[in-house]
Design a protein around this ligand. Structure first.
Ligand SMILES: NC(=O)c1ccc[n+]([C@@H]2O[C@H](COP(=O)([O-])OP(=O)(O)OC[C@H]3O[C@@H](n4cnc5c(N)ncnc54)[C@H](O)[C@@H]3O)[C@@H](O)[C@H]2O)c1
Length: 363
């Protein structure tokens, strides 16, 4: 595409001012690469609340109103509820704006194709942000493993426990659209939060050739279902196997500044292992990264292991990239389609009783 970097701050609008705005905004605060020119949300309460951050920004109830206003916009942060991503992102691209979209990209491949087509037709960049790739303990784990710090990789596992108590408040309206997504077969743990785990798997060890999954359900009453317990396994093209277990601990308290998610990544190599002990929540209070090799355990005590910082760094990366065009943009829309294929392969496998499914063959 004919992208030309900006020689001035990127004029940005936030589309959707809900819960996750609180973290996405961190990339913009005090950042000379960006100028926030507009805030968009149908909720007047949200607009008023966020206006305090950007008193100079114009306020709109819809993206169409912003487009009609004549205000010049280069790029937008799309923070819409997941079910609106496909139509919403297509509309934003058609307005002629680059889009930094929250995950999950969309629910199916037909929508993903539509989004890519809109980006091509408008000659704009579509990025699906993946803040986990900017979480320092995971970055260190990746570079350490790639440098051979634990020998040749034998395999790895990821763990995610959705705990019920603690953390920040999540508005009931966010929960409602999540339950609607669940009814469409795109649950909050495997698909919504899980998107990040699948992304990290692809980022760590490359393309996946086979997925086997067993996705369960826990009901909390009519229309309130959570997609756990679930177990996903897969094999990368390089032969490395991964396992991810998702469990619910409804009455467990988890200290967290954000969601109460207890997460771990543990890679085993021929001579040792490397483990990220926590991410979103503050479960294990040991160093966020530990590496065992040759009979010694090394702890990394000085990493920026505040999960919120990964949003700051992911957004800064996007803005810097728009300013310079230099280096690889993490994650491109095409890479996000691979994450979607991975998730769809897990659903297909689970429906087939755990049979192996090649993500490339998902239709
Ligand atoms: N990266 C992460 O770790 C992470 C964490 C949480 C949420 N998310 C993602 O962020 C997105 C938003 O989640 P959230 O928790 O902030 O949801 P939310 O429900 O708190 O916020 C969504 C906001 O969008 C607004 N909105 C609805 N329709 C709109 C429209 N047509 N135009 C403009 N605004 C509109 C709503 O009024 C609301 O304020 C979701 O895709 C979610 O999956 C990502």
């Amino acid at each position: 595409m004919s992208f030309v970097p900006y020689e001035r701050p990127v004029r940005t609008a936030f589309i959707g001012l809900g819960r996750i705005y609180d973290l996405n905004v961190r990339a913009y605060l005090g950042n000379p690469d960006a100028e926030v020119v507009a805030l968009v949300d149908p909720s007047a309460e949200r607009r008023a609340q966020r206006h305090a951050d950007w008193p100079g920004a114009a306020l709109f109830a819809s993206a169409a109103e912003l487009a009609a206003s004549g205000i010049e916009v280069d790029a937008v942060e799309s923070l819409l509820p997941a079910a609106l991503h496909a139509d919403g992102v297509v509309e934003l691209l058609e307005h002629g704006w680059h889009v930094n979209a929250q995950k999950p990209m969309c629910n199916d491949l037909a929508s993903a194709r539509r989004m890519l087509k809109a980006a091509r037709a408008s000659d704009r960049i579509l990025r699906v942000m993946e803040n986990y790739l900017f979480y320092e303990p995971l970055r260190r784990l990746r570079s350490l493993v790639q440098a051979g710090g634990i020998g040749e990789v034998s395999g790895y596992h990821m763990k995610m426990v959705a705990t019920g108590l603690g953390g920040w408040d999540v508005p009931f309206s966010s929960f409602e659209w999540q339950m609607e997504q669940m009814r469409r077969g795109r649950g909050i743990l495997v698909f919504d939060d899980g998107w990040h785990k699948l992304s990290t798997a692809l980022w760590l060890f490359g393309p996946v050739r086979e997925v086997r999954a067993w996705i369960g359900n826990t009901s909390f009453g009519p229309g309130i279902d959570i997609d756990a317990p679930a177990t996903l396994t897969w094999e990368h093209h390089n032969g490395v196997r991964g396992v991810w277990d998702i469990t619910l601990a409804t009455d467990m308290y988890m200290r967290s500044d954000y969601y109460t998610n207890d997460e771990r990544w543990e890679v085993t190599g021929r001579t040792g292992y490397a483990r990220v002990n926590r991410c979103t929540g503050r479960g294990i209070q040991q160093p966020s990264l530990e590496v065992y090799a040759d009979g010694e355990l090394r702890g990394y005590h000085a990493l920026d292991d505040d999960w919120g910082s990964s949003f700051r760094d992911s957004g800064r990366h996007w803005l810097r990239w728009l300013r310079t065009g230099e280096g690889q943009l993490l994650w491109s829309a095409a890479e996000a389609v691979e994450v979607l294929r991975f998730a769809l392969a897990a659903y297909e496998s689970s429906a087939a009783g755990g049979a192996g499914v090649d993500p490339a063959a998902v239709s």
